[in-house]
Design a binder for this molecule. Structure first.
Ligand SMILES: [Zn+2]
Length: 97
């Protein structure tokens, strides 16, 4: 990725002059959010911004799994935990009687 670019200056993506204070290149549409890469669809920055996509973030955090699959495995963890509590409770019940 190109070094942090700040207008005014030449657009790192297309070389057009970007005027002072401009949020994006008039010519190719590169902007701060795209990292001035010229690819306005790509979110090159790791920092959360106004358009932070939480579902996409979760999907990436769970190693490419969809967020629904991640949720399902999470539910099974809870089922296992509840079963464990019930078993331990049943084992300890005679002690307290
Ligand atoms: Zn440009």
């Amino acid at each position: 990725m190109s070094a942090r670019f700040k207008p005014p200056g030449q657009c790192p993506a297309c070389g057009e002059w970007v005027r002072r204070g401009a949020a994006a290149c008039d010519d190719c549409g590169a902007c701060e959010k795209s990292g001035w890469s010229g690819n306005t669809d790509a979110d090159g920055l790791d920092l959360p911004d106004d358009e932070f996509d939480y579902a996409d973030f979760v999907a990436r955090e769970f190693g490419g799994k969809s967020s629904k699959q991640a949720l399902t495995s999470n539910v099974w963890w809870w089922v296992a935990l509840v079963l464990l509590i019930v078993l331990v409770g049943a084992a300890l019940l005679p002690v307290f009687r």
